[in-house]
Design a protein around this ligand. Structure first.
Ligand code: SF4
Length: 237
C-alpha cells in the first residue's frame, strides 16, 4: 500500500511552508497600505488577509479543487531555504512533496488507467553494483538473479503489462517520460530526485515510492515491490 503514515505531518509542513512564504508579501502589503495612509489597523488587516489568501490557495490545492502545484512549489522552496540553516531533518521538504503528491494522486484513484498508459520508472542505483549487465537501454537484459530488485520489478512489469524504464539521472528520466508519454507514472527514487521529478512532470499523475538506502544513498538501493504492485492495482483497470 502507498505509505500514508506521514501525510498528516506532510500537510502540516506544507501549510507551515506556505505560512512562512506569505510573511514577506504580507509585510509588503502592510507597508504599502501604511504608505497609502490607511492607518495601522486596516494595514494590519491587509497583511493578515494576504496570509489568509495564501493559505486558501494551499487548501484549494490540497483538496484537489485546484490542480496546479504552485502552492506545493512555494511551500517546498520556502522549506528548502530553511533547511539550509538546518531547521529541519534532512530531506524533510522533499518527503513532504512526495507525501502530498501521493495523497493527491490517491484522491484520483477512482480514475483508472490502461497498462499501456502506465510507466514504472526506477533509478539505476537499484542495480547491484557488481552486476556487469548494462540495463539503461534494455532492462530485459537482466537475468533476474535476485541480487537486486530489478528482476522482481521486471516480474511486476510483466504481470501488469506496463512500460518499464531505468533512468540514469534527472535528464534521462525526463527523456524517458517525453518518449513514453505516460498518463500514470509509478516512480521509484530518492527523496531529492522524486520530489523534483514530481514537480517537473505535472500534470501527469505520479505516485512516488521512496527507495531504501540499505547501503547509503545512490548505492545498491532497494525498493519494496509490494508498494508498487499495490499502486498499480489501485490505478490500473
Ligand atoms: S537482478 Fe538483474 S540487474 Fe540485478 S544483479 Fe541480477 S542480473 Fe543484474
Amino acid at each position: 500500500m502507498i505509505n500514508l503514515k506521514n501525510t498528516k505531518k506532510a500537510g502540516l509542513l506544507f501549510h507551515t511552508g506556505l505560512l512562512l512564504f506569505s510573511i514577506a508579501p504580507a509585510l509588503i502589503a502592510l507597508l504599502l497600505l501604511l504608505v497609502a495612509g490607511t492607518g495601522f489597523a486596516i494595514s494590519s488587516a491587509g497583511g493578515l488577509l494576504t496570509i489568509l489568501l495564501v493559505q486558501i490557495y494551499g487548501l484549494l490545492y490540497e483538496k484537489g479543487i485546484m490542480d496546479n502545484p504552485i502552492p506545493l512549489r512555494l511551500s517546498f522552496w520556502t522549506l528548502k531555504a530553511l533547511q539550509s540553516v538546518h531547521a529541519f531533518a534532512r530531506h524533510t521538504p522533499e518527503k513532504m512533496v512526495v507525501a502530498m503528491n501521493n495523497r493527491k494522486a490517491l484522491s484520483e484513484a477512482g480514475r483508472k488507467f490502461s497498462s499501456e498508459e502506465a510507466l514504472i520508472l526506477v533509478p539505476h542505483c537499484l542495480q547491484n553494483h557488481e552486476c556487469p549487465i548494462r540495463l539503461t537501454f534494455n532492462p530485459d537484459s537482466c537475468e533476474r538473479c535476485g541480487k537486486c530488485p530489478i528482476g522482481s520489478l521486471l516480474d511486476v512489469r510483466d504481470r501488469f503489462g506496463t512500460h518499464f524504464a531505468i533512468a540514469s539521472g534527472g535528464t534521462s528520466a525526463r527523456r524517458i517520460v517525453e518518449k513514453t508519454a505516460p498518463a500514470l507514472i509509478i516512480a521509484v527514487a530518492c527523496p531529492i530526485d522524486l520530489s523534483l521529478g514530481i514537480l517537473d512532470v505535472h500534470p501527469i499523475t505520479t505516485v512516488g515510492v521512496l527507495n531504501e538506502w540499505r547501503n547509503g544513498p545512490c548505492f545498491d538501493t532497494w525498493v519494496n515491490t509490494e508498494e508498487l504492485e499495490a499502486a498499480l492495482e489501485l490505478f490500473l483497470y
